[in-house]
Design a protein. Sequence first.
Length: 146
Amino acid sequence: MARDSETPMRRIIYLSQAKADMTTEKAAAIVEKSRRKNEAQKLTGALVFKDGKFLQILEGPAEAVAARFQAIQRDARHHDLHVLYDSMINSRSYPDTPMQLLDLDALPDDAREALQALYDLEPAPPVRRLRTLRDLLPRFHAPLAA
């Protein structure tokens, strides 16, 4: 991967509702395909699929993140996409991971509970939601899902 200081970096975190026929196996296949595409574009991140919802963290060169996110928005495998975080960053949370499938149940209790609150889209002031996301990002380094 290119050094983070060489180019402007961006991170987007979004939540979306999967189409009814989405399965854990299909989500794993999406991650495998994304790893190859993301590596070529120097993109990194993670995907959680649970209870018919996706949460994705996508980070990398700002232009590449923008292009990939436009494609994600057009993807028919999900709908009701909500951006939870979109900001320029100085460093990555997943510097060597083109895409990782996270198992929600394998995360530490506090990270899992906070993430479940985000999944439910419980009303929360934006400042609290951003602080929660910033606090949780370092905790999402679970082993790759099988």
